[in-house]
Design a protein around this ligand. Structure first.
Ligand code: DAH
Length: 339
């Protein structure tokens, strides 16, 4: 009999389950009214006196073993359920993470930065609220210069010396005031013009300015730099430098890229010509160098300024510039793949 009880102890101790029904069956078998333990307790009377002590001890050991087993399994199951409540099913596949996307202007701006960084240009920035000197005067646009009218300016309050920069060329001046040649820098940023808003123009847009100052820089250097850029940016390098005028460069040119006329958007953006003006450029006017304390007899260089929206519109076939500023998530979500 004692051996039988000891077998039961072994059975109770080695029992394990994660299933509530199995646990209940175990409990009934050992601790239930008609369970093993009660049977043994009933036997107790019949046990000879000299064996009662040992019998009692073994039965008690079985009782403890069974009770402890039930208790520990109940605890384990409960803690599992709690975990389930807090974390859900830990084996379930993860929820998809909804990530944001960069704005197309940022994507294109970063691409431009990367392309010029590869040929040694660093990045510089300047303030959006400018003074007259950096936006106009130092760039060879003195007061009453008629070319000031080319850029309809937002002035701040009644002080004509404080304005929203009309171009990132102001950063050229700031950079040259603080750095001596050789200079190779690009300055991306937001600019402001008091212009009527339409599908092709906006009062807020973005430019990237480029400035290269060293000894014996030639127009051919400028042209090669622009060819390199368009090849990297668009995979094409058919460009046209149209003679133009900017007060801060001499000679000056307008940069056109040949895009072609494959889609309706191409027609719309290029006004049916296949060519799109993406910016201006030229050899930095000696007056600008002088205004920034750089000796024009020793140094010269080139500069360019490009519109970021124009480039983004071409690349992504966006027919209306206003799309960039409306924050419509249906538009913005389309750029998720581009980091
Ligand atoms: N600042 C000019 C504009 O906004 C663009 C430009 C033209 C920048 C020629 C330059 C340049 O640096 O050399 O229209």
């Amino acid at each position: 009999m004692i051996d039988k009880i000891k077998d039961y102890i072994g059975e109770a101790q080695s029992f394990s389950t994660e299933n509530k029904e199995e646990l209940e069956a175990f409990r009934i078998k050992f601790l239930g009214k008609k369970g093993v333990l009660n049977d043994f307790f009933a036997e107790f009377k019949k046990v000879p006196n000299d064996q009662k002590k040992e019998f009692g001890q073994v039965v008690n050991a079985l009782k403890n073993a069974a009770e402890e087993k039930v208790k520990s399994i109940v605890e384990a199951l409960e803690s599992k359920e709690e975990t389930k409540g807090v974390f859900g099913d830990l084996t379930r596949a993860a929820e998809p993470v909804i990530i944001g996307s960069r704005h197309p202007i940022s994507i294109v701006k970063n691409q431009i930065i990367d392309i010029f960084a590869n040929i040694g240009f660093n990045v510089s920035e300047g303030p959006e609220i400018e003074d007259d000197w950096h936006n106009f005067t130092a760039l060879n646009l003195p007061e009453y210069h008629p070319a000031r009218d080319m850029q309809d300016t937002f002035f701040i309050q009644t002080n004509p010396d404080v304005l929203l920069r009309t171009h990132t060329s102001s950063v050229q001046v700031r950079y040259m005031e603080n750095h001596k040649p050789p200079i190779r820098t690009i300055s991306p940023g937001r600019v402001f013009r008091n212009e009527a808003i339409s599908s092709r123009s906006h009062c807020i847009f973005h430019q990237v300015e480029g400035l290269y100052i060293d000894k014996d820089v030639s127009f051919a250097d400028l042209k090669q730099t622009l060819l390199y850029f368009t090849k990297e940016m668009f995979g094409k390098s058919k460009i046209r430098l149209r003679p133009s005028y900017f007060p801060f460069t001499e000679p000056s040119a307008e940069i056109d890229i040949y895009w072609g006329l494959k889609t309706e958007t191409d027609y719309r953006i290029t006004k049916g010509t296949g060519w799109l003006e993406i910016g201006g450029c030229g050899m930095v006017d000696p007056n600008v160098l002088k205004n920034c304390d750089i000796n024009p007899d020793e140094y010269n260089g080139f500069a360019f300024g490009m519109g970021v929206e124009r480039i983004a519109m071409l690349l992504y076939q966006i027919g209306d510039i206003r799309m960039f500023y409306e924050n419509d998530v249906r538009f913005l979500e389309q750029f998720k793949a581009n980091i």
